[in-house]
Design a protein around this ligand. Structure first.
Ligand code: ZN
Length: 421
């Protein structure tokens, strides 16, 4: 790529197809005077302020050099004085090293790196659990078996941290940083009052909020809703999200922020109410009325509303599910082996196929699960397991759910390649 080419990842080379479809990759854009938005998978925003630049986020390390090339070729030669992390997820921060190296090559001072005080403990945790995070991300994002997104992540710790809020000035322009627990505990949203530009980080990403990720640590639906309402109260003219295209227009932004807040608050409040009624999680999940996802930014293509409800329960409750057989349980494979010995693998698989033919794939999976666990050499069980999850993956909009379904397909295929015993 030459420096004269505009940043444009429309072809999304190098990304798995389903991620490319989800993450917005497109040309950079001047959204307001001296305010540039780079749609670089995880987005980067640049505020040019009288010969100084404040950057919000770095994108993934592999995209950062192209963001910098584009910035220099088309927008500004000013030094980057400050870099704000909206949160410590690797797709938002791993380009920091490239930005520091770029400053050094130009003879500029090292940019200040500003983040919430909980970014550093997050990075510490990523180092502690790097291989576990590699493993879980391969499932979550359907990555190839050799992908090591955490072991290989370049993590540059912030040098300026804050707790509740921080005001900072770059080239005379005021920026307000606000902490908001939401998708993460270390989330920062940035408000530039002079331009009425809002950088939301991942508190707004053009799909139903990832407030329930089944693979990862706690998320915070109520704080998230509070934060979105605070942002809306500022009446932004431009919203620059963590992923997806920029949004302009006061009314449209109000609608986007407040309907998302309502979505989260509704799920949160229903779970709390039912917990107070003494209900267990599975009964809460069966009773909950999910708010309508009738806006383009509320489509459950990434997380799933049911996962949000689970996460609210997890925040306030323990792991006990209300079934006394589960408080000190046997291993599920041992339970399955007993059930298979009583009911017979053939009978169970026949019932699972009947359920599949009646379009109850969910229950068909549960029944097949007993056989593939209780009789792991049963090839018919693995074939059915593979076929059921292939069908569910094809029909499932949520990337998070699809990741687990596709991992099931891969496991079944591996089992079926083993020589029959
Ligand atoms: Zn993100």
């Amino acid at each position: 790529m030459t420096t004269q080419e505009r940043l444009d990842f429309s072809s999304a080379r190098g990304l798995p197809e389903e991620q490319a479809a989800f993450f917005h990759l497109g040309p950079s854009k001047l959204v307001a005077e001296d305010t540039v938005f780079f749609a670089a998978m995880a987005n980067v925003s640049a505020f040019v302020c009288q010969g100084r630049i404040l950057l919000v986020d770095t994108s993934l390390e592999r995209f950062t050099p192209q963001v910098l090339n584009d910035l220099r070729a088309h927008y500004s030669q000013a030094p980057i004085e400050a870099l704000v992390y909206t949160h410590g997820h690797v797709d938002h921060v791993t380009g920091a090293e490239a930005i520091i190296a770029h400053a050094r090559q130009r003879g500029d001072a090292r940019p200040r790196i500003i983040g919430h005080r909980d970014v550093a403990p997050r990075f510490d945790r990523y180092r502690l659990l790097a291989r576990q995070n590699d493993h879980i991300n391969r499932i979550q994002f359907n990555l190839p078996p050799d992908a090591r997104p955490f072991s290989e992540a370049k993590l540059t710790y912030p040098d300026t941290t804050y707790d509740g809020a921080l005001s900072t000035t770059v080239g005379g322009e005021l920026f307000e940083l606000h902490h908001c627990r939401g998708e993460t505990d270390d989330e920062t949203w940035v408000w530039c009052p002079g331009r009425r530009v809002l950088c939301t980080g991942d508190t707004f990403v053009w799909c139903s909020p990832n407030a329930g990720n089944p693979y990862k640590v706690q998320r915070y639906a109520r704080d998230w809703a509070d934060g979105l309402e605070q942002m809306a109260a500022l009446k932004p003219l431009h919203l620059l999200p963590g992923h997806g295209p920029a949004l302009s227009g006061e009314e449209r932004i109000q609608e986007a922020l407040l309907t998302t807040a309502h979505f989260l608050r509704s799920i949160h409040d229903q779970v709390v109410e039912k917990m107070n009624e003494g209900k267990w999680l599975e009964d809460i999940l069966r009773e909950i009325q999910y708010p309508p996802a009738d806006k383009p930014w509320l489509q459950p293509i990434y997380d799933h509303p049911e996962f949000v409800a689970r996460n609210v329960y997890r925040l306030y409750g323990g792991w006990y599910d209300g079934d006394p057989a589960h408080i000190l349980p046997a291993h599920s494979a041992d339970i399955a082996a007993v059930l298979v010995s009583v009911a017979g693998a053939a009978n169970l698989l026949a019932r699972a196929r009947k359920l599949r033919d009646d379009a109850d794939l969910q229950m068909a999976c549960h029944i097949t699960d007993f056989v593939r666990k209780g009789d792991p050499a049963n090839r018919e069980a693995w074939q059915l397991w593979r076929d059921l999850f292939t069908a569910r993956a094809a029909a499932e909009p949520s990337l998070m759910a699809r990741g687990a379904f596709l991992a099931a397909v891969r496991e079944a295929e591996e089992r079926l390649q083993e020589p029959a015993t």
